[in-house]
Design a protein around this ligand. Structure first.
Ligand code: M6R
Length: 610
């Protein structure tokens, strides 16, 4: 997804901005550009493709050298194909902007501007925003007013950094429904869509609020609302180190992040456990709220939605409360039936996913109590939910979500234990024992799973040559099959289907041949025999089978080409080590196939458009 960086201070602006853009590359993009003040003018350099293309162009042209104030952007195309012309920054000789988000009413705005003499060179909605600001500035002669008027006109979402030619060494910024931070340095300041972009220079920052504008010079930061009244925000400190935002010796962020799972789970769970009982006092999550919840609805997208499916099995099993899991992009248009007694849990790593945010707002509108399970501090979902529980996974850079999912499900298990206890479905002793397993055993259990790397690598070799495969499972294993399948498709480009094993013979078993291998997940003791029957059915049609089973599973080796045994684990929690196995399997298959693992084609890390 698009990324923004901006700098004002004594350093070479284009270098700082380019550095920030490199850090933001993980978000996914298709073109980039930089603008900077030079001798009273704003010079722009942009190019389709990698940030390094812009870097080379800047070095060759030399037109940004000596600038101390600049903005930059990585673009992920929405309006208009990736091209030099459609790349940001956009504007005129008087104003240049970079923009994340979507201007929904760009067409009527463009027509209005055209009738006022403006012409357009790109297909972008961003150029419309730039010229809209200029239009207002020409009329009102106040930069602040021009920005406020533009915010009033624009329907949609945006984080925009602006440079006005007649106000050098100053950055302006506005935002609505898209993240924008102001990084605070000494004698220098920054704007960025993501703290990771400026982490090399500062860890302290402000989060600009919705419908606010900021004026940033090297020595001052002024934030104001639409009435031009100054507003203040808490100064936040990023807990992420630069090293955490880099690969730290691993070949890919994805495998680095999988290796961080034991620590991430510990960091997420330990502060919420007191006297070996789940404790959410810090989050002000009242016991009454959990105890009285009549239903739970998880709403999320992609992997985060699959975490909700694990939550459904766990909560229904232990709390006997009905749970729904909704895809956010569907939920938002389905007129959901909700009331005050319903708990709606929005799960999101980024906290900025457009569909999940819209679903959150709808759930609030319908009167439900909303709880965010979010990884990024101060993100929009975290701020807008009635309550938020942060997953302390640290930055997840790889587009494929791994550690974020593992901590999401671990946290949901902890919530489940609390809810089951409050509802009187389990005793205190049972609650303490479940909590102890999460607290004491889980981090080392994930480490033991990661230690199976060589076995998983070997299994990956079996599948790397196929173009299609099936994942099958029953119960919670079926939900994990969905996640394993998504991960594999996403990064290895192998087409796969996740199927409830018992459903195969109702149609899709016709696809099973010698060219269609099957990954069978059979970690649930009570469903094991049923799974073995399903495995025999596919083997009888020629399929090669990889079986993932509990340690000690009966005759497993005789039933499949290859077996991966999970480390011994309380059965309620097997989805946690199983998730790690499936993530590593996808990773090694993609690696075997030489894929661009951290930045799979067509994908973005944070999907801030609908
Ligand atoms: O930031 P979010 O958790 O809201 O993102 C949701 C999905 O876009 C995300 O989980 C996506 O499915 C992953 N790339 C899958 O690995």
């Amino acid at each position: 997804m698009c990324g923004i960086t901006g700098y004002v201070g004594a350093r070479e602006a284009s270098e700082v901005v380019l550095q920030g853009l490199h850090t933001l590359e993980y978000r996914g993009y298709d073109s980039a550009g930089v603008a900077a003040f030079i001798n009273g003018n704003i010079n722009v350099v942009k190019a389709v493709g990698k940030v390094s293309n812009v870097e080379e162009k800047i070095a060759a042209l030399g037109t940004l050298k000596g600038a101390h104030c600049g903005i930059g952007h990585t673009r992920w195309a929405t309006h208009g194909a990736p091209s030099d012309t459609n790349s940001h920054p956009h504007g005129t000789e008087n104003i240049q902007i970079v923009h994340n988000g979507i201007i929904e009413n760009y067409a009527p705005l463009r027509a209005m501007l055209q009738s006022n003499g403006f012409t357009f060179v790109s297909e972008t909605d961003t150029e419309v925003a730039a010229k809209l600001i200029e239009y207002h500035y020409n009329n009102c002669h106040s930069r602040e007013d021009a920005l406020v008027y533009a915010m009033r006109d624009i329907i949609g979402s945006y984080a925009i950094a602006v440079m006005f030619r007649d106000c050098p060494e100053t950055l302006y910024a506005i935002r609505k429904d898209n993240p924008l931070i102001i990084g605070v340095g000494e004698g220098e300041n920054f704007v960025a869509s993501d703290i990771a972009a400026v982490l090399r220079y500062t860890k302290t920052y402000y989060q600009l609020g919705d419908l606010e504008l900021a004026i940033v010079t090297k020595d001052s930061i002024c934030m104001m609302d639409m009435d031009k009244k100054e507003v203040s925000h808490p100064l936040l400190t990023a807990t992420w180190s630069i090293e955490a935002a880099e690969r730290g010796g691993y070949d890919h962020f994805m495998i680095k992040e999988i290796n961080e799972e034991p620590e991430a789970v510990e960091k997420t769970l330990h502060p919420r456990i007191r006297d070996m009982m789940p404790n959410f006092e810090e989050e002000n999550l009242s016991d009454e709220r959990l105890k009285n919840a009549k239903s739970v609805t998880f709403v999320a997208c992609g992997t985060a939605m699959h975490a909700g499916l694990v939550g459904k099995t766990a909560i229904e099993q232990l709390c006997r409360v009905p749970v729904k899991v909704e895809i956010a992009s569907e939920f938002r248009y389905n007129d959901p039936i909700l009331s005050e007694e319903d708990l709606v849990v929005i799960i999101s790593q980024s906290g900025e996913t457009a569909d999940s945010l819209a679903a959150l707002r709808l759930a609030k509108e319908k009167g439900a109590y909303t709880l965010g399970i979010v990884n990024v501090i101060g993100s929009t979902i975290a701020r807008e939910a009635d309550n938020v529980i942060y997953t302390w996974a640290g930055p997840e850079i790889s587009v494929a979500s791994t550690k974020a999912y593992t901590v999401q499900i671990s946290l949901i298990y902890l919530l489940t234990i609390k809810m089951a206890y409050l509802k009187g479905k389990i005793s205190e002793a049972e609650a303490k024992e479940y909590t102890r397993i999460l607290y004491e055993d889980m981090p080392s259990l994930i480490k033991d799973t990661i230690a199976k790397e060589e076995e998983i690598k070997d299994a990956a070799k079996l599948f790397a040559k196929y173009e299609d495969l099936f994942f099958i499972g029953r119960g919670i294993d079926y939900h994990l099959a969905m996640e394993g399948s998504l991960k594999l498709k996403e990064i290895s480009y192998i087409h796969s289907e996740a199927y409830a094993a018992g459903e195969l013979k109702h149609g899709t078993i016709s696809l099973i041949t010698t060219e269609m291998p099957v990954i069978a997940l059979a970690t649930q003791e009570e469903l094991y025999e049923k799974m073995i029957s399903n495995i025999r059915e596919v083997k009888a049609r020629g399929a090669k089978v990889l079986l993932v089973a509990r340690e000690g599973a009966k005759d497993a080796a005789a039933e499949a080409e290859k077996v991966i045994y999970l480390p011994r684990c309380e059965k309620f929690f097997t989805s946690i080590p199983l998730a790690t196995v499936l993530q590593m399997l996808a990773y090694y298959v993609a690696r075997e196939r030489g894929c661009d693992i951290d930045k799979p084609r067509n994908l973005a890390k944070s999907v801030t458009v609908e």
